[in-house]
Write a protein that binds this ligand. Structure first.
Ligand code: FCB
Length: 466
């Protein structure tokens, strides 16, 4: 018997910079990812988001494919650089693309689940200082209002930020992501200003009548390598704080975690918090998106092991963990890994969802798994199919893990597979394929993988096993 509620939302996710292509068409100008892709060594194989999987032009066919598979919801993002090229006046052609997309979705009875920021800041705004500048938060709220003006009559679900840890820490401290800066102070400013942008935007969207508003952080469980070793326990506290609590606490509780602020202060860092900011940041929200791929074994000692897997970039990058740069990620040899080297531990997802309910209690709104999936080295075989047994098993096991969490009381309302299509995987370029639909990058031909067919069946059965 399935524990999924009858109104559970099943979907597939993409992001503008990863699928649209048309990077300089119809008025769109550079986002930070277009510019970063031109930095030598920044992206594996020198790949760029210029053409990607051409979703901008193939959108009606892609939506029809989703409908054929019976996928009831589509999580997509709007490109700020398409809607306000150069960070300036609204671009009617750019807005029109999203309006047509929403009409196409609704015409096929697919629920649009919109994300306002999936990392593609207009490069012109970065040139002004990007997220290190406080007024970027206000500009973001204006951009959100512009999008709402056009889509607000048809879109009910609005997500402010996707994985703000990545767009602050990976972008401004590690330099692994655009804009490629390696400045911890800038990253902490970016983190705070993105929170501020979230709060201002929730407020603005509410005034404009948006119905359901949330945010989608990436969350992990930091597992101490040796739970009896106080040094490893402290490392786990630090990573949990920097990765999870620095994002959840301000938004849900209206404060930053005191232990992490103290660690940062000891390392000479402070957040540019002004009076009243936390009141703005903590707005009632209707859902929290949980993006989750793997949990992390952490140690405060130098520990060797299979470790995490980092993007194959030539460019040197720094730690995304200001004040916890010394923490190591030894990895667990006993766990299977995806094609990309990420550990597979579905039980970790159950634990995460249950723990969020326990730790945040009443302050935690209903959850959606807004991203979960895996990259494998897929191939179209002679029979014209893609037999991606690894991904199919990954999805089944993780959806079972979500079901187990619901059975233990976690309030999870939906699941979105990452991703509908193979796409531009940021610093990894096109090397990693996350789609349930294969894309031949030379011809743009789409082939539904076995995992896509299996996922369609799970949706029909409302259960991971038919
Ligand atoms: C997440 C991103 C998403 C995708 C997956 C694999 O961190 O939100 O765009 O790249 O990882």
């Amino acid at each position: 018997m399935s524990s999924f509620p009858s109104d559970f939302v099943w979907g597939a996710a993409t992001a503008a910079a990863q699928v649209e292509g048309a990077a300089h068409e119809d008025g769109k100008l550079d986002s930070v990812w277009d510019a970063f892709a031109r930095v030598p060594g920044a992206i594996a194989h020198g790949d760029t988001p210029e053409v990607s999987v051409d979703h901008y032009h193939r959108m009606p066919a892609d939506v029809a494919l989703m409908a054929e598979l019976g996928i009831p919801a589509y999580r997509f993002s709007v490109s700020w650089a398409r809607v306000q090229p150069g960070g300036a006046a609204p671009n009617p052609a750019g807005l029109d693309f999203y309006s047509r997309l929403v009409d196409e979705l609704l015409g096929h009875d697919i629920l649009p689940f919109l994300t306002l920021y999936h990392w593609d800041l207009p490069q012109a705004i970065e040139d002004d200082g990007g997220w290190t500048r406080r007024d970027t938060a206000a500009r973001f709220a204006d951009y959100a209002a512009t999008v709402h003006e056009v889509l607000g009559d048809r879109v009910r679900h609005w997500t402010t930020f996707n994985e703000p840890w990545c767009s602050s820490m990976l972008g401004y401290a590690a330099g692994e992501h655009a804009p490629g800066r390696r400045e911890p102070a800038a990253a902490l400013a970016a983190l705070h200003h993105q929170h501020l942008a979230h709060g201002l935007t929730v407020r603005r969207l509410r005034e404009l009548g948006a119905e359901r508003i949330g945010i989608a952080p990436n969350l992990t469980t930091a597992v101490p390598a040796d739970p009896a070793d106080p040094v490893d326990l402290d490392a786990a506290r630090r990573i949990d704080g920097l990765f999870n609590r620095m994002f959840l606490d301000p938004v849900l509780l209206g404060r930053y975690p005191a232990d992490i602020l103290a660690d940062l202060a000891a390392a000479g860092h402070r957040l540019p918090i002004e009076d009243g900011d936390l009141g703005i940041i903590r707005q009632p929200i209707d859902f929290i998106g949980v993006n989750h791929y793997h949990d992390d074994l952490v140690s405060g000692r130098f520990k060797d092991g299979p470790g995490g897997s980092t993007a194959p970039q030539d460019r040197v990058y720094a730690s995304p963990y200001p004040s916890a740069e010394f923490v190591t990620f030894p990895g667990r040899a006993e766990l299977p890994r995806t094609g990309m080297g990420w550990e597979v531990n579905p039980a970790g997802l159950t634990e995460l969802l249950v723990r969020l309910g326990e730790e945040y209690g009443e302050a935690l709104p209903p959850m959606y798994i807004t991203e979960n999936g895996a990259a494998y080295d897929d191939e179209v075989t002679a029979d014209g199919a893609v037999h991606d047994a690894g991904r199919t098993a990954f999805l089944r096991e993780h959806i079972t893990a979500v079901e187990a969490a619901i059975a233990r009381g976690a309030d999870v309302r939906g699941y979105f597979v990452w991703s509908l299509l193979d796409n531009f995987e940021w610093a990894w370029g096109y090397q990693e394929r996350f789609g349930i639909v294969h894309v031949d990058y030379a011809t743009q031909r789409r082939t539904v993988k076995d995992s896509g067919l299996a996922y369609a069946e799970m949706i029909r059965a409302k259960a991971p096993a038919a």
